[in-house]
Ligand binder design. Structure first.
Ligand SMILES: Cc1cc2nc3c(=O)[nH]c(=O)nc-3n(C[C@H](O)[C@H](O)[C@H](O)COP(=O)(O)OP(=O)(O)OC[C@H]3O[C@@H](n4cnc5c(N)ncnc54)[C@H](O)[C@@H]3O)c2cc1C
Length: 608
């Protein structure tokens, strides 16, 4: 031990010297923070009203300084792209690079001009904050670095997809949209911030961020692999999906949402069909389970269930009343939106795995439900909604009044129909647009001119049809009359024995639903119009044709408001029968696909 040198340490009175400092002026001056510059990157601000909890800030943060915190009081709505998460910042990690600001899709995050924060040792948690629009100390501070038009790293405009001009497309049934080429697809994919809002909103939870990233990386094979993880109707959905994912896309908050559907279409078209088949077969069970499943209906729901079950090693037979598969996708959706060869490819992938389809076999006529119950371990009912509903206004039962789904089916099957010179369609949904546009094409071909009027109860702002469908229909010369309610289909006596269709009488709609939200339209009879035409088409919805069940089974099954009752897995109250697709849920292909997966998982669990 070394001797202490008291001289070196100072004398015993030296601490008292410190007292002299009390009399001196402080050396450090100007402790008040100096105002930061306009673009300063200080502590975070987050406008909770604008923030949608997409988590892009967290994903882009290289230092892992951001944690998403669930705020139970905030609204959450996956279909609208709203999560109740908000970013919390760990200032022990943050390097103020501001990537979170630059890549925030909504522009809710900014950096303030506030930069001073001190605390005691036991308050270190105060460096982990959940910023709101007030800032770290709850005192409003001006914004520093924020999103502006010239400091936005997000491309807000969508890659344009070429469309046939209206004058050209009305002459036939050629596909309207052209599809992306590789460069366009990569550019479009590069706009995605990988937030995954699309995954949440998609009924079948497609891995859209993963396939978009694969497209961006030029790896279409991986993109198709990701698509097939959840959707065997990949060509179909790449063209006609109702793309709810795009409604939830965070980029859509300020710009055009990512063209998720068109990117799926690109990947499917870009990869060789044989490779698609090989990818779809990945993970297929090597051994048969010895269990047999019967599926009624070869639409998206039935075929998706078949796809999953055959991959699990079960023997699957699909019974289909028509001579081709695809259900309403083939017999409802016109070729100009979905060329049939693309649907053929989807079906080919499914059958290539070993799914057997027995065509021209109507259950209830060619075979009974009892036959299936006896011969199979499980039965899936996925017969869709094939009966068009009627307005039942006077005259609706006459032969020149058609149901949209019947007419579309005739056109798909190339059955010769008498093309009306003028037609009125009742209904404002997508089916109404499909039949109106189909008739318009047939009229152009047969009579050289389009004369189709669509009348709907809703006003244009509340139309059920997709806005693109409405736009395209208008471009094709179709007249759309909103807020018109059908009252009567009028026939004029031509001869004493024969009536001729004169037109549709409508009244102006004042309201559609009553105070309890029930359908109870109110009309203004003083505002009457007669829409002259020689064909009226009703496109006001469909119902399921459950005659195939037979009286005894119908009795044994449980029903709810006219629909077959199923549980969350699609099981009916009978242990051998499941139901899926439009007939229980609807309303679109991707929901039918989700339903198909659900019943397949439930059946597999029961059979294993
Ligand atoms: C005109 C029209 C346009 C549409 N456009 C779109 C669109 O753009 N995007 C979209 O996502 N969705 C669209 N849809 C909805 C979509 O087609 C359906 O949601 C989807 O096809 C439902 O699938 P599913 O398997 O439940 O029934 P379906 O596709 O209807 O298939 C049911 C199958 O069961 C068969 N079947 C019925 N009864 C029997 C029986 N007794 N025995 C044997 N087989 C039987 C039928 O022949 C049919 O093949 C459209 C629908 C229509 C009518």
């Amino acid at each position: 031990m070394r001797d202490i040198d008291y001289q070196e340490q100072g004398g015993i009175l030296s601490p008292l010297k410190n007292l002299s400092f009390f009399a001196r002026k402080p050396v450090t001056v100007g402790l008040d923070p100096r105002p930061a510059s306009a673009n300063y990157r200080g502590f975070h601000l987050n406008d909770w009203e604008t923030c949608i909890g997409c988590s892009t800030c967290q994903k882009v943060c290289d230092n892992a300084a951001i944690t998403m915190v669930r705020i139970a009081d905030l609204p959450e709505d996956p279909a609208k792209g709203i999560r109740n998460l908000r970013p919390a910042i760990d200032y022990g990690r943050c390097c103020w690079c501001a990537l979170c600001v630059d890549l925030c899709p909504t522009g809710s995050i900014s950096l303030s001009r506030e930069y001073v924060h001190t605390c005691r040792d036991d308050e270190l948690d105060s460096y982990f904050i959940l910023p709101d629009s007030k800032g770290i100390h709850g005192t409003p501070f001006p914004k520093g670095w924020a999103k502006s038009d010239d400091a936005d790293m997000i491309a807000l405009a969508r890659e344009h997809m070429t469309e046939l001009p209206p004058a050209e497309r009305i002459t036939g049934f050629a596909e309207i949209v052209a599809g992306y080429d590789t460069n366009q697809a990569i550019m479009e994919a590069s706009r995605c911030v990988q937030c995954g809002m699309c995954f949440d909103a998609c009924p079948t939870h497609m891995n859209a961020p993963e396939y978009i990233r694969a497209i961006w990386q030029g790896d279409t094979e991986e993109a198709v692999r990701q698509i097939y993880r959840t959707n065997p109707f990949a060509h179909t959905c790449g063209r006609v999906c109702t793309h709810r994912c795009e409604e939830a896309c965070s980029i859509g908050r300020r710009g055009a949402p990512i063209a998720i559907r068109w990117l799926k279409r690109y990947a499917m078209d870009a990869l060789d069909h044989e490779r698609v088949k090989a990818i779809a077969a990945e993970g297929k069970a090597r051994f048969l389970s010895g269990k047999r499943v019967a599926i009624i209906g070869a639409g998206p729901a039935g075929l998706t269930a078949a796809f999953d079950l055959v991959k699990e090693g079960h023997e699957v037979t699909v019974f289909e009343a028509q001579s081709k598969s695809g259900g309403m996708v083939r017999y409802g959706i016109p070729d100009y939106r979905l060329p049939q060869d693309r649907l053929d490819r989807d079906v080919d992938v499914i059958t290539s795995l070993g799914v057997k389809i027995q065509y021209d076999t109507r259950i209830g006529k060619d075979l009974t439900m009892e036959d299936l119950e006896r011969d199979y371990d499980a039965v899936v009912l996925s017969i869709g909604l094939w009966m068009g509903r009627s307005t039942r206004v006077p005259g609706a039962d006459q032969p020149r009044v058609k149901r949209a789904v019947t007419l579309l089916r005739d056109v798909a099957e190339q059955i010769k129909i008498t093309v009306p010179e003028s037609a009125v369609v009742i209904g404002g949904g997508n089916v109404a647009m499909d039949i109106a546009r189909t008739i318009a094409r047939l009229q152009k071909r047969t009579h050289g001119a389009v004369k189709v009027t669509v009348t709907a109860l809703e006003d244009l702002t509340h139309f059920l049809a997709d806005p693109d469908e409405i736009r395209e229909a208008l471009e094709e010369g179709i007249e759309i009359l909103d807020a018109r309610g059908p009252q009567e289909i009028i026939f004029k006596p031509r001869t004493l024995s024969e009536d001729k269709l004169h037109g549709l009488r409508t009244w102006r709609v004042l309201s559609i639903f009553d105070e309890q939200g029930r359908f109870a339209p109110v009309y203004d009879p003083t505002d009457e119009q007669i829409h002259e035409c020689d064909m009226v088409v009703e496109a006001i919805g469909q119902s399921a044709d459950v005659e195939c069940l037979g009286a005894s089974l119908t009795e044994r099954l449980e029903w709810q408001r006219g629909r077959l009752k199923v549980d969350a897995q699609g099981r009916t109250n009978l242990p051998w029968l499941w139901a899926a697709g439009d007939m229980v849920r609807g309303p679109d292909v991707v929901s039918a696909v989700a339903d198909g997966h659900r019943v397949a998982a439930s059946i597999h669990a029961q059979l294993s």
